[in-house]
Design a protein around this ligand. Structure first.
Ligand code: PEP
Ligand code: MN
Length: 624
């Protein structure tokens, strides 16, 4: 049961109400204000609606339709994000947990941790207490193993996860790990669930070998009911009649869970399939299906692994999988961030003397637009995103130190470069320190209750109309051009005119209380925008993968060829070459060039010297 409270109820009256409920032996939780202020009643048997209805401040009683009250969406509509060290599980950046099945030795975990971290894993796994089918099989290194895991955290800055198999291990887990795993075999070990509930540390709850989704959510409920909200679910395959895989991976659980629960979901394709070759395809499918991340077993010497060797990926297979996920993620509105841990560590360091350690990044437009989304996907939540009216304001804010970083679009896969921002990069003394690509999906959004037949006018950015022509041509709606898509959504949210709609993204629709009438109306689904992050200095010190530069060539035969020849001579792959008129100088051209190399390293001193010699003008915009 949920009690919806009167909107103007004072804090004191709310506290009194909670007290009255508890005095009458109701197990209740203050659910905060998600739209309406609410209190959740958990204890089911003796709930007396007549009594509850009469209480001061109660406006309405809303029944809860599921037995998993805290895990369900009735009491908690918004998605939960679980913080594990520096890593947020359930946000836009995919979380990949990787490591061996079992911790075998110090050297083994150090070798594997170095490899998986380099490839993009953000949490390290390894069992120290192994639940094995045979009592004669390797049972794990116990505390010694946990100590090695803690060493991995110190050395590589990765949070670590290990399985807890008995309540007696609670102190060790509190001491050594960041995330406590409850294995499939213990999913219904209720004493263990209550124990991790009381511990308060984040919990990774695996699905039981033959558990229904409801049973699994009831197990999560045990942990939540003890007051620990940090629960992550992990599907790892269920037992079916099919012998060709160790288990059957239930990917349908992802959309089912999305609807039923607010808890984040990881997929473990290693235990699900039990066979190395089957792991990567299922991992890719899991991300495409909307999982928040993966748990994958990786071993540098699987033939000699003490457990689960046949399903463990070699480090290079894991690295290849991460590259595939990097490509897939933006299609489903997510990112693989290879610099996740380095950025987080850099953000924890104080900026400079006299400055607050909090960081901020400026973007153009308003909350809910694509630049804002790019900002959140690049930095996560540790950086405050600040909206400014123009691109120039973003560059100014970074140049004069009001913002630590700026994020601006630089090119679109359909409409090409955004010259305005190249011009700013030319004139400001700032660097490109990072990049991020977003898939651009346009939705038709309007106030709830509006039907397609009601629409008369549609508001959006002129370029967006161009990108949605096929769809728009079916209707004779008036097109009203505004400066940005989130602005269009905001105006429609406030509009008194029935029949107004906007073309914007889903986040903007949510931000301004609009409903999606038609999703994905852009003509070409391969619509991506590349954003660059600008700053005075890079956030982390990793070697860049790319360099962007602008140059001009002398006006004589072969001048451009001579510049391009430098890349050929130095073995550098060029991935972009674009020319545009030099502003204010008719018939002279600027060349925008992107390279697959970090030109700012000592190794490329000669490349830089040759370029400076052969170009009239050269500006390295940054390596990232
Ligand atoms: C494991 O992750 O090492 C493990 C034993 O998994 P499960 O409990 O899913 O079998
Ligand atoms: Mn295993």
């Amino acid at each position: 049961m949920i009690l919806e409270l009167a909107p103007d109820l004072s804090v004191e009256a709310r506290a009194r109400l909670l007290q009255t409920l508890r005095r009458n032996r109701y197990d209740c939780r203050d659910l905060g204000d998600q739209g309406v202020p609410r209190i959740g009643i958990l204890g089911g048997e003796s709930v007396d609606p007549a009594f509850l209805e009469r209480l001061e401040g109660v406006a309405a009683l809303v029944p809860v339709g599921t037995p998993f009250k805290l895990a369900g969406r009735d009491m908690h509509p918004k998605d939960t994000r679980v913080q594990v060290g520096d890593v947020t599980v359930g946000a836009d950046r995919l979380v990949v947990v990787a490591g061996p099945c079992a911790v075998e030795s110090r050297e083994q975990v150090m070798t594997i941790a170095a490899a998986v971290r380099k490839a993009g894993a953000v949490i390290f796994r390894g069992g120290a207490f192994k639940p094995r089918t045979s009592p004669y099989a390797f049972q794990g290194l116990a505390e010694k193993g946990l100590k090695y895991l803690a060493e991995v955290r110190e050395t590589f800055g990765m949070p670590v996860v290990a399985e807890m198999t008995a309540t007696g291990q609670a102190d060790l887990m509190m001491k050594y790990v960041d995330l406590v795993q409850i294995g499939a075999r213990n999913m219904q070990n209720f004493e263990l669930l209550k124990c991790v509930g009381r511990m308060g540390k984040p919990v990774l709850l695996k699905r039981g070998l033959s558990a229904t989704i409801q049973e699994w959510l009831m197990s999560a409920e045990y942990i939540l009911a003890e007051g620990n909200p940090h629960v992550i679910l992990c599907e790892r395959g269920i037992r079916t009649f099919e012998p060709f895989t160790r288990n059957t991976l239930d990917l349908t659980a992802i959309p089912v869970l999305r609807q039923l629960t607010h808890l984040p979901v990881l997929i473990d394709p290693s235990h699900a399939t039990g066979i190395r070759e089957k792991v990567a395809p299922m991992a890719r499918a899991a991300i495409a299906a909307g999982a928040d991340g993966l748990m994958i077993e990786v071993h540098h010497d699987p033939d000699n692994a003490l457990s689960d060797g046949p399903q463990s990926l070699y480090p290079d297979q894991f690295a290849q999988l991460m590259r595939d996920l990097y490509v897939i993620a933006p299609v489903v509105d997510k990112q693989v961030d290879f610099a996740y841990l380095d950025k987080a560590a850099a953000m924890r360091r104080p900026v400079s003397e006299g400055r607050q350690p909090s960081r901020c990044a400026a973007f153009m437009g308003r909350a809910g637009n694509f630049s804002h989304k790019a900002c959140q996907q690049y930095f996560g939540e540790q950086v405050e995103a600040v909206a400014l009216p123009s691109f120039k304001d973003v560059f100014d804010a970074v140049a004069d130190g009001r913002a630590d970083f700026g994020i601006v679009p630089i090119e679109n896969s359909l409409s090409g470069s955004i010259h305005q921002n190249y011009d700013h990069l030319l004139t400001y003394d700032l660097k490109i320190v990072g990049e991020i690509k977003l898939r651009i999906v346009h939705d038709l959004v309007a106030r709830p209750g509006t039907r397609l037949a009601d629409i008369r006018r549609v508001l959006s950015h002129p370029q967006v109309f161009g990108q949605c022509l096929h769809y728009l041509e079916q209707y004779d709606w008036e097109r009203v051009a505004v400066s940005d898509t989130a602005g269009a959504a905001e105006r429609v949210g406030r509009s008194e005119t029935p029949g107004d709609a906007a073309i914007a993204n889903r986040v903007a629709a949510e931000t301004y209380g609009l409903a999606v009438l038609a999703a994905g109306i852009e003509t070409n689904p391969r619509n991506y925008t590349r954003f660059v992050v600008i700053g005075k200095a890079p956030l982390d010190r990793r070697q860049g993968q790319k360099t962007s530069l602008i140059c001009t060539a002398p006006n004589r035969p072969g001048a451009l060829l001579a510049i391009l020849q430098v890349f050929a001579e130095c073995g550098i792959n060029m991935i972009k070459l674009e020319s545009r008129p030099l502003p204010g100088e008719p018939w002279r051209y600027l060349f925008y060039i992107d390279l697959e190399a970090d030109l700012e390293t000592a190794e490329h001193a000669e490349t830089r010297r040759l370029l400076a010699e052969r170009a009239d003008f050269l500006k390295l915009l940054g390596s990232y």
